[in-house]
Design a protein around this ligand. Structure first.
Ligand code: PLP
Length: 260
């Protein structure tokens, strides 16, 4: 039987990020993908033209439908949009006791659209992050979550430790937004040791959906039963290849290639 992976996230009509990126990644990594849609976005390679949240009851019911019948070996959250949605997901997570919960604290799209309301950040920190097996912030998201500045290597370590205190079992700080001498360095911390995941920077505009795809790959690997550090290491290889083979489609920033 295929391992089962569930994504709770926003739909990207353009197919590069959000639910669509997650399902493509789940499929590529030989897991059975399921989806709970929190919001519909009208979106393409040029940006987000509209955001339409699904009503709370609809989100609640989608989770119940999936969990009471099929179940999930790992669950990922992406765009949650507001604190009401976060509250529902947090309550379901407590009820179903998801052991492999990957929280990607999605806040703003690369094109600048808000995917999480400012007043929802506290709910993310207090209600959802404490239940996560791992959280996967990029540097701008880590700054929002902690209020810290991140410039030096020590800053990165302190920020990761500060986020670890929020209660997730592990933290992955993604370095893609601040490259260092041609390298992208991610920092993984599980409360014991720091692991650096370093790859050469790839110079491409076609990175739409990178964060979603990376977190989805971690989720698929956890669903398959890999231990967390191994799930992250393999996901890093997957996203590196996906960015390397990112391609131009439409007029703007194209997607990463999930099938690379
Ligand atoms: N749209 C949705 C629904 C998302 O969940 C995300 C990211 O998580 C994005 C867009 C952002 O994509 P990007 O910033 O890679 O363009």
């Amino acid at each position: 039987m295929l391992p089962k992976a569930l994504t709770i996230a926003g739909s990207d009509s353009g197919g590069g990020a959000g639910i669509q990126a997650d399902l493509k990644t789940f499929q590529e990594l030989d897991t059975f993908g399921m989806s709970v849609i929190t919001a519909v976005t009208a979106q393409n390679t040029e940006g987000v033209q509209g955001v339409y949240p699904v009503e709370s009851e609809g989100i609640d019911q989608q989770i119940t439908s999936v969990m009471d019948d099929i179940g999930a070996d790992a669950v990922k959250t992406g765009m949650l949009f507001d604190k009401e949605i976060i509250g529902i997901v947090a309550e379901k997570s407590r009820y179903y006791k998801w052991p492999n919960l990957v929280v990607d604290p999605v806040m703003v799209s690369t094109s600048g659209s808000k995917l999480l309301k400012n007043e929802a950040i506290d709910a993310l920190i207090n209600e959802l992050i404490p239940q996560a097996a791992i959280i996967t912030p990029n540097i701008p998201e880590a700054k929002e979550l902690t209020g810290l500045t991140i410039q030096t290597v020590d800053d990165r370590k302190n920020t990761v430790k500060e986020m670890y205190k929020m209660g997730a079992s592990a933290v992955l700080l993604k370095g893609g937004h601040e490259k260092n001498k041609g390298k992208v360095v991610d920092l993984f911390y599980d409360g014991r040791t720091f692991h650096y995941l370093s790859v050469p920077e790839i110079n491409t505009p076609h990175t739409h959906g990178t964060g979603c795809t990376y977190a989805a790959a971690i989720t698929a690997n956890l669903a398959k039963g890999l231990p967390l550090p191994e799930a992250v290491r393999k996901a890093k290889m997957f996203i590196h290849a996906a960015i390397m083979h990112g391609f131009s489609i439409g007029k703007g920033s194209g997607p990463t290639n999930h099938a690379a």
